[in-house]
Design a binder for this molecule. Sequence first.
Ligand code: PGA
Length: 253
Amino acid sequence: MANNMRYFIGNWKMFGVPKSINILNKINTFTKFNKRFNKNYKIIITPPFTLIESFAKRFKKKNILIGSQNCYHKDSFGSNTGSVSPFMLKKIGASYVIIGHSDNRAEGDTAKMLKNKVIGSLNNNLKIVFCIGENKKEKEKKLTYKVLKSQLTKVLEKKFNYNNIIIAYEPIWSIGTGKIPKSEDLKKISKFIKNILKGIFKTKKPPKVLYGGSVDGSNIASFKSLKEIDGFLIGGASKSSKKFIDIIKNYYR
Ligand code: PGA
């Protein structure tokens, strides 16, 4: 049932110490007792750099994959103080990397840097979660479609292996605010994104499109009917095993 595959990706942001592995232990126990779901969803947790290696080791053959929240825009090794390259992430067991989160765009990530991050990550066989989204002002000015198109076309290219790319639509006004888009808007936007992707990659089977922004156990049910949404990028609610498990439970209930 590959088509019904759903992603639940936890973005911990600047959170977590070694003992936070208990959160993953609990999520892993939940997945073991819910085998009937296992074919239908994938769980990926992106802790900070400091925890990737130990978490990836612990969950190597388990139902949880480990990713990174970011990577540097140059690959391999270099004189770039404080930076971590896609090559280094792959070597410590990361299998996914989030690129273009609005937090990083706000801190100066340009389209050119993001493109280099994508290239470096694909070269190292990392799967990419590429984030796009409009801010409040852009939404009010009805620029959402224009912004999304530009964010996609400035970074993604036909030559990229799109099987290793997932898109996360995260409207900035919804991140951490408790606000989520109206279902009909989200439906239209995700169709629009998929059409743009079909054009970029010249394919009828474009990359998956996830939604992110204030997803939690109480609003997840409202996304159930949206076939166009292939999963969720979850921030705040991914830092608690109970909240994260509630999202999955309520999605399939
Ligand atoms: P949120 O964050 O779920 O806390 O809104 C989502 C994200 O920033 O990826």
